[in-house]
Design a protein around this ligand. Structure first.
Ligand code: CUA
Length: 357
């Protein structure tokens, strides 16, 4: 090979590699890491990207060089010379990819096993997924439940995840971890948060009409703040005979049944699917709860028993324009009788208010 050709190839490779490197580095492709796992995943990502840029530069250089240099001349009708393989070249282009792919496999295997390795004091969180909400509970703290995932910074956390209806998937981009939740299985996900903050937690498996609304948050707190949050929740959750069952503020002033109902509404993610002005809810999947009075009239039922039935047996009556089987059918079991009564009272009162407007 002549010196000029080598220089031309090298120049082309540098240009192609430079462009690819700029595309890789200039836009922000990954969210800022907020877990140990994310740091390792980012390392794997950049390791693979570097190899890709290296290969891309060689392929692009040889391709452009060949297209320009070996282009057929206008008056040339000859066949090219008969070439049958090149053993040296073939060995080279087999060995180099073999080494690269093997190195990716080794790096990935190490990262995966480290990412899944639990520490001794791993915190267990049970996750329940259903159309269209997540519930997080803390079995080591009297099964305190929360609609958002509260986590202490720097502690290894293992999520044990169950689905009540269809396949869901949990993903926190800043943690770089994701796992499907499959009915009939308990799937696990391990994460060690390293950064304080509130991060989006979303369902990433198309699970029905409300899939795009199936979002929550992961909140990473200082361990001391997390422990006091957990204690407060435990205290608030224990006396389930009082009005406020799972109030986050656990105040001592008694609240009205309608106010308690609003809390039940908010804690169970009803706003993801329903519009209700009394709760500032704007969901569009299910019926507009500001119109309950007219729905009850269409269903030819008294308002209160209509609301009650629609919660515990949602498929018994379907408002025209909406689909059967979208509303979870297990609220009758999930809510205590008291919570259910409060929710009904709240919905009836706010429906009467908006119905009178
Ligand atoms: Cu649950 Cu998408």
């Amino acid at each position: 090979m002549r010196k000029g050709s080598i220089a031309a190839l090298l120049g082309l490779a540098l240009i192609a590699g430079g462009v690819a490197t700029a595309v890789a580095l200039v836009p922000t492709w990954l969210p800022e890491a907020a877990s140990q796992q994310a740091g390792r995943i980012a390392f794997t990502f950049w390791f693979v990207i570097a190899i890709c840029i290296f290969i891309f530069a060689i392929v692009a250089a040889v391709m452009v060089y060949a297209v320009v240099k070996f282009r057929v001349r206008e008056d040339d009708f000859e066949d090219g010379p008969p070439i049958h393989g090149h053993t040296g070249l073939e060995i080279t282009w087999t060995i180099i990819p073999f080494v690269l792919v093997t190195s990716i496999a080794i790096v990935s295997a190490i990262v995966l096993s480290r990412n899944d390795a639990q520490a001794k004091d791993t915190l267990r969180v049970d996750v329940t997924a259903q159309q269209f909400e997540f519930t997080f509970s803390y079995p080591d703290a009297g099964n305190v439940t929360s609609p958002v995932l509260m986590l202490p910074k720097g502690r290894s956390v293992e999520l044990y995840m169950r689905a009540l209806d269809v396949i869901h998937s949990v993903f926190v981009p800043e943690f770089s971890v994701k796992e499907d939740i499959v009915p009939g299985l308990v799937t696990q996900l391990h994460v060690t948060p390293t950064r304080l903050g509130t991060f989006p937690l979303e369902c990433t498996e198309l699970c029905g009409l409300g899939h795009s609304l199936m979002r929550s948050q992961a909140v990473v707190m200082e361990p001391a703040a997390f422990n006091s949050w957990l204690k407060k929740q435990e205290k608030g959750a224990a006396p389930s005979t009082t009005t406020s069952t799972t109030s986050t503020t656990s105040s001592t002033t008694p609240i009205s049944p309608a106010q308690a109902g609003l809390m039940v509404f908010n804690q169970n993610g009803c706003s993801a699917c329903h519009t209700l002005s009394a709760a500032n809810a704007t969901g569009k999947v299910g019926p507009d709860l500001d119109n309950l009075v007219s729905y009850a009239r269409t269903a030819k039922q008294p308002l209160e028993s209509f609301v009650h039935q629609s919660i515990v047996d949602p498929d018994a009556y379907i408002q025209p324009g909406y689909s059967k089987g979208v509303m979870p059918t297990n609220f009758g079991q999930v809510l205590t009788k008291e919570q259910l009564d409060h929710l009904v009272t709240f919905l009836v009162q706010s429906a009467q208010k908006s119905g009178n407007k």
